[in-house]
Design a protein around this ligand. Sequence first.
Ligand code: ADP
Ligand code: MG
Length: 275
Amino acid sequence: EVLDTARSVSAPSPHEPWTTEWAGLATREVSAWFGERKVLDRISLDMPARTVTALIGPSGCGKSTYLRTLNRMHELVPGAQLAGEVLLDGTDIYAAGSRATAIRKRIGMVFQKPNPFPAMNIRDNVLSGPKLAGLPVADPDALVELSLTRAGLWSEVAKRLDEPGGALSGGQQQRLCIARSLAVSPEVLLMDEPCSALDPTSTRRIEETIREIAEEVTVVIVTHNMQQAQRVSDSCAFFLAAENEPGRVVEAGPTNAMFTTPQDPRTADYVAGRF
Ligand code: ADP
Ligand code: MG
């Protein structure tokens, strides 16, 4: 079967990818600051391996900041500070001796606006993932096919691999970015509003892709789309920041329960669209 043969072409991670030894992600009392300003207050969440966790809440409550603490992108922002622990497979990614570049190979990120290299062809866009991560690729053709297949794009671009990434539609470009991330064999994929710039059909395709990759990869997705949160996520965390206060998690738990029997009236209002 194509997936299984292609899987053996690269073993980029010291944590052998595609095995059952998958990491889950958890945070313990994560707080974050930009300069003097505290924007996250003691966020503790469990994001079990091979599940989808949706982060929901109004703009400005710290969802993107939280996501960036999960793969050490937060520390790239000048003046950014952090407290607490981010545990990947039980080990703090901020522990002394842990390297941010190594962490970012294990925990990939997909952004709101699709950002393939527009002039670079589709094949090289996929391979740019492992290339920029400094990972050797034994069989590039097999890795390109595997990654595009897993991103749900292979059938559409199999005969167009030499065309520039910029020639694709917005939804296809986003799936190309997902393929580029998957080509590094991450254990976790962080997605910051990956469908916000896309039409409903492309959104649906990406939701299908998310469910499929979550069979092997732990997914954390920020979304403003409550239907999307219900369709794709296993569990949900509702973030809220009162005026001049840092973002906090009001409520977290199984998605079904969050939408049917929210425990906090603020959650009930938010998921019902009263905000
Ligand atoms: P969300 O993704 O939920 O909309 P963000 O994490 O982007 O929220 O932002 C949380 C807060 O942190 C906001 O008040 C925002 O203005 C502030 N913030 C975000 N990025 C920066 C930054 N690079 N420098 C200073 N403040 C920032
Ligand atoms: Mg955001």
